[in-house]
Design a protein around this ligand. Structure first.
Ligand code: NAP
Length: 291
């Protein structure tokens, strides 16, 4: 498998890392990139992440046999619209968006008869920092990638998508967009929500700053994801609001159960629930392959 030209739309952390990884693996001859700000595209070229700057999303797609859309999820539909005239059945188009139902709906609306070339993808990889200067050829190595094809996805493009991520050292998992959004509401979007709420809950108290200065490694580990990009997380939470709110409800019930046991001094029941959590966490490990 060798691609002639990769078109990157959104030369940030995710798009830039994909370009670097594909180049390092010797899977692509030329990388053409486009970002909203010309200064970002220029920086990507100066850093050697892309070879050629494109002045528009459409021109980044022109001549490409593989395209990666790595823009904020809210900008995906407009991107599809601007490139659809040049999408062909021979082209593999993917995204990296953290939510999949909204992206798949946008692809049906905007790509129409070309929707078969699009293979929705979500690499379970990332960093709290964004921007092309943090792009890293190893970002995807050993990570999971979820593909959420639909009935109209072309088999040949789906297979190419599996092959390219596998060649980058990823474990590829296929599921429906709905199952993806339900699962990631629970294991990604809810933990971010809780982490944001916890930071604000503490920092908003009269002595919050003093308390924070005393916090140790447990607090550091628990709140690492609170430092994530605000705009990206705003988009994710709004895009997956139903599943996220459903998970937040389940979480609140669990929190209330613990609160009740604490307030009533029900020590056996409290220990039982902590034991249950502790056992589940002790037996949990990230999907094999992940680092
Ligand atoms: P990023 O580093 O900020 O990169 C986003 C890039 O998209 C920037 O270069 C930005 O250009 C460009 N952009 C914004 N709007 C655009 C538009 N309308 N047209 C073309 N380019 C546009 O963000 P990222 O972390 O790579 O995230 C990109 C996507 O990856 C998001 O959809 C996110 O859900 C997904 N994702 C992220 C992570 C993570 O941990 N970061 C993990 C999994 C999935 P300018 O610099 O010109 O604004």
């Amino acid at each position: 498998m060798m691609f002639e030209q990769l078109g990157i739309i959104g030369c940030g952390l995710m798009g830039g890392s994909f370009a670097l990884a594909l180049k390092r693996a010797g899977l692509v001859k030329r990388v053409v990139g486009y970002s909203k700000s010309p200064s970002t595209t220029e920086r990507a070229r100066k850093l050697g992440v892309i070879d050629v700057e494109a002045p528009s999303a459409l021109l980044a797609v022109s001549g490409a046999d593989i395209v990666l859309i790595a823009v904020p999820v809210a900008a995906t539909e407009a991107t599809f619209k601007s490139i659809k005239h040049l999408v062909t059945p021979q082209m593999l188009v993917m995204d990296v968006g953290s939510t999949k139902r909204d992206v798949v709906d946008a692809s049906r609306r905007a790509l129409r008869e070309q929707v078969g070339s699009f293979v929705p993808a979500h690499p379970i990889a990332g960093k709290e920092v964004s921007g092309v200067e943090h792009a890293d050829a190893d970002l995807y190595t050993g990570k999971q990638v979820i593909l959420t094809p639909i009935e109209r996805t072309l088999t040949v493009q789906l297979q190419k998508a599996v092959d390219v991520w596998t060649a980058l050292g990823c474990r590829v998992v296929k599921m429906s967009p709905e199952s993806h959004d339900a699962a990631f509401a629970a294991v990604s979007h809810l933990p971010h929500l809780i982490s944001f709420a916890l930071m604000n809950a503490i920092s908003g108290q009269p002595h919050g700053k003093d308390y924070l200065s005393l916090a140790g490694p447990g607090f550091r580990d628990f709140t690492r994801i609170a430092a994530s990009d605000p705009k990206m997380w705003r988009d994710i939470m709004l895009a997956n609001r139903e599943e996220l709110l459903a998970q937040a409800k389940i979480f609140q019930h669990n929190l209330q159960a613990l609160e009740l046991m604490i307030s009533s001094g029900n020590s056996d029941a409290l220990e039982g629930l902590i034991e249950q959590a502790s056992q589940t966490r002790a037996h949990w490990s990230m999907a094999k392959h992940q680092k």
